[in-house]
Design a protein around this ligand. Structure first.
Ligand SMILES: [Zn+2]
Length: 326
């Protein structure tokens, strides 16, 4: 008997917390923080309207700019985890941005406390476990990324389990961030890097060799070079793929054209993720469903969850408990 997608235990390790904000929550925060939002941002109850990639970046900034306080972060975190739990998601590792929080006047600690309060509340009510990855933003430059990483290392926190590199991949290559990622490596701090979403194989190789990630955000354009796919397999790097995100931003024309199934078939360790869910009308359950339509069996779908947990940045005990649920 085939299980429903809901019955498959799921995990998500590539989602930008600020970008999980639902239209309803966006309106609520805007009202609470006295921000005027134009109605043409909204595309119905579940998603936002944008035209092309540059418009997406612009709208992304406007929409996430309504998140102003630690209480907003708490509610945002709780709401997203609640939604996930309803879809039988057992673990979420979300990327967060202290840069965003500081731009809105929060401190590093106050924003993190907001996030963790939301995480605890959701864990108590829905038994969903979540941990967090601090993102450095490439297009704010190497110094900004370095300061963000330094702050993470100087303030150890059990819920903050990794460091990520996000933002403009095309204009800010891995070479610029070597110093920061050497420092993180030296402290054995887990690393994931967005690579091979917009840029091709050469930059993926640079990201791997220069920044020492154990996971790649997207990484799907590795398919363009046979040797690179083998290299990723040999190193045991897991790909945080986000098929709906890539189709929505027109990197691939449809799911058939997307390389996720080919990478899976070639034996690369794959996870599927929603990235910026309401911007793409995506959900983690939806991504699992995409994989089912591409031909994965229930056991293969569960192997995606197992990959996510095994490559998660959380502690061993948490992993063992989660693996038990699959
Ligand atoms: Zn991403």
């Amino acid at each position: 008997m085939v299980n429903s997608i809901k019955q498959i235990p799921k995990a998500e390790i590539h989602v930008h917390l600020e970008a999980t904000i639902s239209p309803a929550l966006c309106r609520k925060f805007a009202k609470r923080n006295n921000i005027d939002l134009s109605e043409d941002l909204f595309a119905g109850q579940y998603s936002y309207f944008w035209e092309d990639f540059y418009d997406f970046i612009k709208k992304y900034d406007i929409i996430t700019s309504v998140i102003h306080t630690p209480e907003d972060y708490q509610e945002l975190t709780y709401n997203y985890l609640k939604e996930c739990a309803a879809d039988n998601v057992i673990y979420v590792e979300a990327m967060i941005s202290s840069t965003h929080a500081k731009q809105k006047g929060m401190t590093y600690h106050s924003f993190l406390e907001g996030v963790i309060a939301g995480a605890r509340q959701a864990e108590n009510e829905f038994d969903i476990v979540s941990k967090y990855i601090m993102n450095g933003i490439r297009h704010l430059g190497p110094e900004s990324v370095h300061n963000t990483a330094k702050e993470v290392l100087d303030n150890p926190n059990n819920d903050l389990v990794g460091f990520g590199l996000a933002g403009d991949e095309l204009h800010y290559p891995p070479q610029l961030f070597i110093k920061t990622f050497d420092m993180l490596k030296q402290e054995r701090f887990p690393i994931t890097v967005h690579a091979g979403e917009w840029d091709g194989p050469e930059r993926i190789r640079d990201a791997i060799d220069l920044l020492h990630p154990t996971r790649l955000g997207h990484g799907v354009r590795s398919i363009e070079e046979y040797e690179l796919v083998n290299y990723i397999k040999k190193l045991g790097i897991v790909l945080e793929t986000c098929p709906t995100s890539n189709v929505a931003t027109k990197i691939y024309k449809d799911y058939q054209d997307h390389p996720v199934k080919k990478l899976f078939d070639q034996g690369v360790k794959i996870t599927v993720n929603s990235d910026d869910p309401p911007f793409f009308n995506a959900s983690i359950a939806g991504e699992y469903n995409v994989m089912r339509t591409l031909g994965l069996s229930d056991n293969e779908l569960k192997s995606l969850t197992r990959n996510a947990i095994e490559y998660a940045f959380c502690d061993k005990n948490t992993k063992l408990k989660l693996l038990d649920k699959i």
